[in-house]
Ligand binder design. Sequence first.
Ligand code: DON
Length: 306
Amino acid sequence: MDWPSIISDIEHAVEPVRGQGTVANYIPALAAVDPNKFGLAVVLGDGQTFCIGDSEETFSIQSISKVFTLSMALRVVGDALWQRVGKEPSGSPFNSIVQLEAERGIPRNPLINAGAIVVTDHLVEQIGSPQTVTDLLDRLRTLAEDDSINIDESVAKSESLAGERNRALASFMKSYGNLNCSVEDTLSAYFAHCSIAMSCHQLARAALFLAFDGCDPLSGQQMVSNEACRRINAVMMSCGHYDNSGDFTYRIGLPGKSGVGGGILVIAPGHGAATVWSPGLNSAGTSAVGSVALETLVKATGWSVF
Ligand code: DON
């Protein structure tokens, strides 16, 4: 693979669209981020790493954290998880409440906010709210081989202050018996994990196990079972970008997860993991420039699973 030429293709593709999209402002702390930031990191199974731009700068990982909480929950509670959350794309915005009433408090999938809150509730029920966050941070630090990974407390506070929609989702699910802990206990862990700050490089490194049947190829540690890994990737492919999941799969053809901080994580099974960061979002909350960069990466590498 000619990586210098792939990197140059990506830089050329991104240049004319740089700064496009709208920075998330419903969480006030995210609105302050410079829209011109752009970083990309690719980590391969043999540890080779290729980086562009602001790839070492930390940003708010937001919904990308849902992939890691899902992998923890599948380890802790196993298939029992699927009794309280579905596996279907929602075709609705990430914070929508509409389907919950007709579907009796069972969220469509674990990557929309309601579903991720149920996943977090499972963990909080098993190990408590603070321990959920501590275990997740430990896991990310070990995987990324970087002890500096932490929560951005100003983002966590901002999310909580602006968190009425998530409180509504959690309370609504509780009224259907699909939240076992208190709304505030579960949401304090949820807000904390969404507010973790990581760089493109750290995220791509941390997610490498998802490209290798659940086993981190550099440490040899089995993070989730082979079967759980396939399921996580399948859910990312069909639901990772909410009502933009079809378009993302059409253009990029890889399991991926977006976050409103402007990050997108993609998994290239058997090859590696990549993360791009550019804060301007499209209407579904996926990084606009990030999608262009990943489209170019996939075209150049042939990594689409199709
Ligand atoms: O709960 C929220 O609304 C945010 N913490 C996460 C949303 C998000 O990242 C949506 N993804 N594109």
